[in-house]
Write a protein that binds this ligand. Structure first.
Ligand code: NAD
Length: 356
């Protein structure tokens, strides 16, 4: 395990992506998004994704230097196509346009199809928060084998379908950012457990026969096991509706097997951006959020040392710690990064020179 400063990791990722043909601007933005995922504690969506991106680009299923296309401008509804561009670029561009529209119309709906992996969805929530907006996001994951079992099912049929809701904080409270997979854990977290020789929590995984297991290797053998959705039928219901909203309403398509799977990672996302100033007195709203959060957080700790938190607090805590101490990168991930760097014409010596 190494600890690397975020600025150094950013330079490493930029060099690899530019080696793959990305413009300096694209490489900087994608690297920033990935490093930010690590900073906020979501290593499953951080720089460890770079090897997958490089492989997928070599299969010509990820198109660098692609801008989002506005397919239809329809008042408060904006329909975009990501054309397999870097999700971190096309989703950001689509959000920029949707936020600008919501400033005019009070509310805007963004439909984005065919983005390559958009990464940490909370980053788009943060984009809305920066503009003072509320945002709600539903995404599905296609062009990829399914990973998650439907409630009462025994094998995987859909992706980890993330949902994100971002609301500006009060005068004294931080912004509220719920950003979650609808599976109990991300596949990346199962991989980390396997690499460390650890078991996963009970009631997280099914093996290839559909029996519950704590053995993470079932997700990396063929035939593969399945992740379980959060919250039994209710979490499954959220994942189901994310598949419908992101897969059907965007026109991108769902994970049903009639749609081709090329083994890349495509996200479709439906997002709603709301200008809260159009709904009432912002001073009152901020005060109400402060009072509500104070009330929740005053609940006595069930376990000493584990206070009540707001959605978004764990990411702020992680960011402060990792900015101070560096981002932990395990040896397997680092080895994979060095391999793909070489494939993109960046030598191990150059990378070592960047991290010191
Ligand atoms: P997680 O379980 O670590 O956190 C989920 C949410 O719960 C976060 O908003 C967090 O702030 C909140 N939270 C955690 N502990 C809390 C506590 N004690 N009190 C209050 N709130 C708390 O995250 P996850 O579900 O593993 O998702 C990880 C990341 O993976 C997310 O950024 C998500 O967008 C991303 N993701 C992306 C895709 C994709 O296809 N692009 C798919 C799935 C997940």
């Amino acid at each position: 395990m190494m600890l690397i400063a975020p600025e150094k990791l950013q330079k490493v990722v930029e060099a690899i992506l530019m080696g793959g043909g990305s413009s300096a601007e694209e490489a900087e933005l994608v690297a920033w998004h990935l490093v930010r995922a690590n900073l906020t504690g979501h290593d499953s969506h951080g720089v460890g994704m770079v090897p997958a991106y490089v492989f997928i680009q070599h299969m010509d299923l990820l198109k660098p230097n692609t801008s989002v296309k506005l397919v239809k401008d329809d008042g408060a509804i904006l329909r975009f196509d990501g054309a397999r561009g870097y999700g971190q670029i096309v989703a950001r561009q689509a959000m920029d346009q949707t936020i600008a529209r919501a400033k005019e119309t009070g509310i805007a709906l963004m439909s984005l199809a065919n983005a390559h992996h958009i990464g940490r969805v909370g980053t788009y929530g943060e984009q809305a928060l920066k503009a003072g907006m509320v945002s709600i996001h539903f995404a599905n994951v296609v062009d990829h084998s399914p990973l998650v079992a439907p409630f009462r099912g025994s094998d995987s049929r859909f992706g980890t379908n993330p949902i994100c809701i971002a609301v500006p904080g009060g005068d004294k409270t931080d912004d509220i950012l719920l950003d979650m997979a609808t599976s109990k854990v991300a596949l990346g977290k199962v991989r980390v457990a396997m690499n460390k020789g650890e078991e996963v929590e009970p009631a997280t995984l099914l093996d290839k026969t559909g029996a519950p297991t704590t053995d993470p290797s079932v997700m990396f053998d063929e035939p593969r096991g399945a992740l379980l959705a959060i919250g039994a039928h209710k979490g499954y219901g959220l994942a189901f509706m994310a598949e419908v909203l992101a897969g059907v309403l965007t026109g991108g398509g769902t994970i049903q097997p009639g749609n081709e799977r090329h083994n890349s990672i495509i996200n479709h996302m439906l997002a709603i951006v709301i200008d809260p100033t159009r709904l009432g007195d912002r001073d009152w709203m901020r005060g109400e959020i402060d009072a509500m959060v104070d009330y929740f957080k005053a609940s006595p700790e069930q376990t000493p040392g584990e206070p009540v938190l707001s959605p978004g607090d764990p990411e702020r805590i992680s960011e402060a710690e990792r900015r101070a101490n560096g981002i932990p990168i395990d040896d397997t991930t680092w080895g994979e990064i060095l391999d793909v760097a070489k494939a993109n014409g960046v030598s191990a010596e150059q990378i070592e020179g960047m991290v010191g």
